[in-house]
Design a protein around this ligand. Structure first.
Ligand code: CDP
Length: 220
């Protein structure tokens, strides 16, 4: 089963995707790490984020084993990732990596911005996780404070809004809810409650799939 979880920054999609994957014993890919890694490699080499051909080149050479999530987190890398993620050639170079990841027995949970719309338009389960921008900024601000790199709350809110705007208005795979995705608004939802809501959706889809399989004519 492929479970696609999309949503804006700090909506809780990553936490939810990880929890769903653990509960169902599925592999999990945080696709945001791919765009963060492309941005970081460019910056480490002193290459401008405006250089689309170099960004495409880096994306095409990326492999999952070289990703270090700890080095890729952080507000600046989120902003930089959103800039390279707007390049259609970068997105195209990362499609196979993501699709190959899910080609494993049992499937996978993948979270991002375009998983249910572009990467896995036929995913059996699609969730779109969101929350108000103020609540998302509060969460990100808390993470930064706990991580020892505090930022002004208004700066965090401005970053979230800028990224929402860029991610949803870009022409290549803009952030949007797939028509068949189930919306989970976590503004007033604790992580455990969001997990329960997701598991209920997944169980329902599984039941429907099992029912459809049992009704389909068998070839003898
Ligand atoms: O954790 P957070 O939501 O802040 O960021 P992320 O999921 O790591 O994504 C960082 C940036 O990568 C986003 O702002 C998007 O521009 C981009 N991204 C994307 O375009 N498509 C994806 N499937 C995942 C991330």
């Amino acid at each position: 089963m492929i479970i696609a979880i999309d949503g804006p920054a700090a909506s809780g999609k990553g936490t939810l995707a990880k929890a769903v994957a653990e509960r169902l014993h599925l592999a999990h890919l945080d696709s945001g790490l791919l765009y963060r890694a492309v941005a970081k490699r460019l910056l480490d080499r002193g290459v401008s984020l405006d250089a689309e051909p170099e960004a495409q080149h880096v994306a095409a050479a990326l492999d999952l084993s070289g990703l270090d999530p700890a080095a890729l987190r952080g507000a600046e890398m989120g902003e930089a990732a959103s800039r390279v993620a707007a390049y259609p050639t970068v997105r195209a170079a990362l499609v196979h990596l993501q699709r190959n990841f899910a080609l494993r027995p049992g499937g996978a949970v993948i979270d991002g911005r375009d998983i249910g719309t572009v990467i896995f338009p036929d995913a059996q389960v699609k969730l779109f996780v969101t929350a108000s921008s103020e609540e998302r900024a509060r969460r990100r601000w808390r993470e930064l404070v706990l991580g020892g790199s505090p930022l002004d709350f208004d700066a965090v809110l401005a970053d979230i809004r800028r990224r929402d705007e860029r991610d949803s208005t870009r022409s290549a795979a803009p952030l949007r809810q797939a028509p068949d995705a189930v919306l989970i608004d976590t503004t007033h939802l604790e992580p455990d409650a969001a997990l329960d809501a997701a598991l209920a959706v997944i169980a329902e889809k599984r039941d429907r799939q099992d029912e459809a399989a049992s009704l389909s004519p068998r070839v003898l």
